[in-house]
Structure formats: structure tokens, C-alpha cells
Ligand binder design. Structure first.
Ligand SMILES: Cc1cc2nc3c(=O)[nH]c(=O)nc-3n(C[C@H](O)[C@H](O)[C@H](O)COP(=O)(O)OP(=O)(O)OC[C@H]3O[C@@H](n4cnc5c(N)ncnc54)[C@H](O)[C@@H]3O)c2cc1C
Length: 307
């Protein structure tokens, strides 16, 4: 049985037993190249819950049926393999609700991080300016502890509602979130992030907007936004700026097939010209080996792999 037919059977059962209405879940087969930052990757069965109830029911069924799955937000930190994925890609981008209560902003996992930043600004709340221009979802940002300039999720995310592998909805906060540099507890605990609470403070709207515009301007100036990428491919190595190391190794413009080390920002590997995921993986190896040889250190990837 293919992953798609197994997924269709799962949906049918959930609708029949009343756990789902038909509209709670959309099921299809799709090219991962259309769902990921590098714009590469083969086909997969894709489930798109339209409601949180749909997501919870689906996750319970996938675990019961032992079907492999991968949770995907905007895919802006994910490299999907050329051969596709033999399991179910659960894409949560339809779950976009946001709400402000006092100085707290609550956002569902599929809400855009940039949209959350704008929503905070409209409500005269400061603290999320750093997130403006990061192309991920709230769930992906919490999972990665995304950050830029003067901020990171760790500073403002005070609690997260999550679905545990046992199917319980739980609330994690404080040390339970396990935030570190591009790290969170969600990289190890098997939970699906449902929504996050951001604790912000009152600010003046024009000041907040000016900061957001400044950050976006710097992105446009420094980053190769005209090419598909997943942002910085590698993590910082303690004590080093990885982009600087890559630049100093003379790797700007280095190519494997259609993949290239950006000439504008050496930390970005880009899909320059019809790259395959294999090209990107091989270019990652080229960069890692060069840095190992020149600097004697092993840099690691920030991006995640859908395989
Ligand atoms: C041009 C560009 C600029 C970028 N700039 C930055 C930057 O300044 N700072 C930064 O930190 N990152 C940056 N990124 C990387 C990326 O946008 C962030 O890591 C973002 O937070 C990923 O969100 P996403 O929704 O795309 O997650 P995805 O790429 O879809 O997923 C990332 C990981 O999170 C997991 N995940 C996603 N949603 C959930 C969920 N609801 N529950 C459980 N797990 C989940 C996935 O399984 C995957 O392992 C940039 C990327 C690009 C393309």
C-alpha cells in the first residue's frame, strides 16, 4: 500500500467514526519542491489539517497505524530528498489563528512568524521585531528557536501548547522548552507544537515599525533573497562565524550542479540553477570538508532533512 492510499484510508476511518468532518483534513500527493525553501525534493503524500481538531485526530491515527510522518511548516529550514518521502508529510500551514490578550500574543503553529511580528506591531507590542522577515511559521520558529539581530524565540516565547506522542495536549514553559542556540526541547521530545504564547511589552508603534523596516532592509541588502534557499545552511561553530570561515576558505561561488555557495552571503547555499537535493547535499559536504581541512573544526547543519 502506498503512503497516499494508507493516508486516504486513515481519513475515511476518522470521518466514519466521527473523529473528523471531511473539511477538517485535506489529503493529496504533492511535489516537495513546491513546499520547501530550496525548491527541491520529490513527491509525497501530504495531509493538511484545516483545524487543530483535525491535526490532533490525524496524529493519533498516524501513530496508531505506525505510519511514518514529518511535520512541515513553511519548509524554509527543510531539505527534502529527490526521491520524495515514503510517509505522510503533515503540513500545518492552514492553522493560522492569532489573538492578542493584554501583552500576550497567542499564535497557532501555522501562523507566519512575519505575520505574527506585524500583528504585534499593529497591537503596539514590542519584542517580535527580530522575527520580521524570517519566512517560517510559528511552529517552525519555536522548534528551531529561530532568531536574528537582537532577538530569538527564547526571549519571548513563554509557553507552548503541544501534542505529546501519547496524544495528550500539554503546556510546556520555562526550562521545559529547552531553548538553546537553534535548539528546543521539541527537537527531542516528539511533540507537535500546536500554538505558542509570546510575552511582549507595550511600545510605540512607529518605533516598532522603524525597527522592523531596518531589519528587513538589512536582510535585503545582505541575503540572496532572489534565490531559493533555507537561509543559513550551517550553525555557528562556538567562537566562529561560519559564513566568515566559508568566505575565507574561498568558497563563495563554489558550485555542485545547480547548487552554489552564495556570492552575496557565504552562509547561504542557494538553488542557483535547477539544483537537485543531491547537488545541495554534495555542496554541503564540499563546504564541511574544506572547513575541516583549513580550520580543523566540524561545522554542522542548521537545516533539517526530510527523509
Ligand atoms: C531567506 C531565509 C532567511 C532566513 N532567516 C532566518 C533567520 O534570520 N533566523 C533563523 O533562525 N532562521 C532563518 N531562516 C530559516 C527558517 O526560516 C527558520 O528556521 C524558520 O523558523 C523555520 O520555520 P518553518 O515553518 O519554515 O519550519 P520548517 O522548515 O517547515 O520546519 C523546520 C523544523 O521544524 C519542525 N516543525 C515545524 N513545525 C512544527 C510543529 N508545528 N511542531 C513540531 N515540529 C515542527 C519540522 O519538522 C522541521 O524539523 C531563514 C530561511 C530563509 C529561506
Amino acid at each position: 500500500m502506498t503512503a497516499l492510499s494508507a493516508l486516504l484510508a486513515v481519513k475515511e476511518r476518522l470521518v466514519r467514526d466521527g473523529s473528523l468532518s471531511k473539511g477538517d483534513l485535506s489529503v493529496s500527493e504533492a511535489a516537495l519542491s513546491g513546499m520547501t525553501g530550496f525548491k527541491t525534493g520529490g513527491r509525497a503524500a501530504v495531509a493538511q489539517p484545516m483545524t487543530e481538531r483535525g491535526l490532533i485526530a490525524l496524529m493519533g491515527a498516524l501513530r496508531r497505524e505506525k505510519l511514518p510522518f514529518f511535520i512541515l511548516g513553511n519548509g524554509t529550514n527543510v531539505l527534502a530528498m529527490d526521491e520524495g518521502y515514503d510517509g505522510v508529510v503533515v503540513c500545518v500551514t492552514r492553522l493560522k489563528r492569532m489573538q492578542v490578550v493584554g501583552e500576550k500574543l497567542y499564535a497557532a503553529c501555522g501562523a507566519g512568524l512575519t505575520a505574527a511580528s506585524s500583528y504585534a506591531e499593529k497591537n503596539e507590542l514590542t519584542g517580535l521585531e527580530f522575527a520580521y522577515g524570517i519566512p517560517g511559521t510559528v511552529g517552525g520558529a519555536v522548534f528551531m528557536n529561530a532568531g536574528a539581530y537582537d532577538g530569538e524565540c527564547k526571549n519571548v516565547v513563554t509557553s507552548v501548547r503541544a501534542l505529546t506522542p501519547d496524544g495528550e495536549v500539554t503546556v510546556l514553559s520555562g526550562d521545559g522548552l529547552g531553548f538553546g542556540y537553534r535548539e528546543s526541547a521539541f527537537q527531542n521530545n516528539g511533540c507537535v507544537i500546536l500554538s505558542a504564547e509570546f510575552s511582549l511589552t507595550k511600545g510605540e508603534r512607529s518605533v516598532i515599525r522603524a525597527k522592523m523596516d531596518d531589519f528587513l532592509g538589512r536582510r535585503k541588502e545582505k541575503q540572496p533573497l532572489e534565490y531559493p534557499s533555507c537561509g543559513s545552511t550551517f550553525k555557528r561553530y562556538p567562537g566562529y562565524f561560519t559564513a566568515k570561515l566559508i568566505d575565507e576558505a574561498g568558497l563563495k561561488g563554489a558550485r555542485v550542479g545547480g547548487a552554489m555557495v552564495s556570492e552575496k552571503h557565504a552562509g547561504f547555499l542557494i538553488n542557483y540553477d535547477g539544483a537537485t537535493s543531491r547537488d545541495i547535499l554534495d555542496l554541503i559536504d564540499v563546504v564541511k570538508s574544506a572547513i575541516r581541512e583549513k580550520n580543523g573544526i566540524d561545522i554542522s547543519c542548521e537545516i533539517r532533512f526530510l527523509r
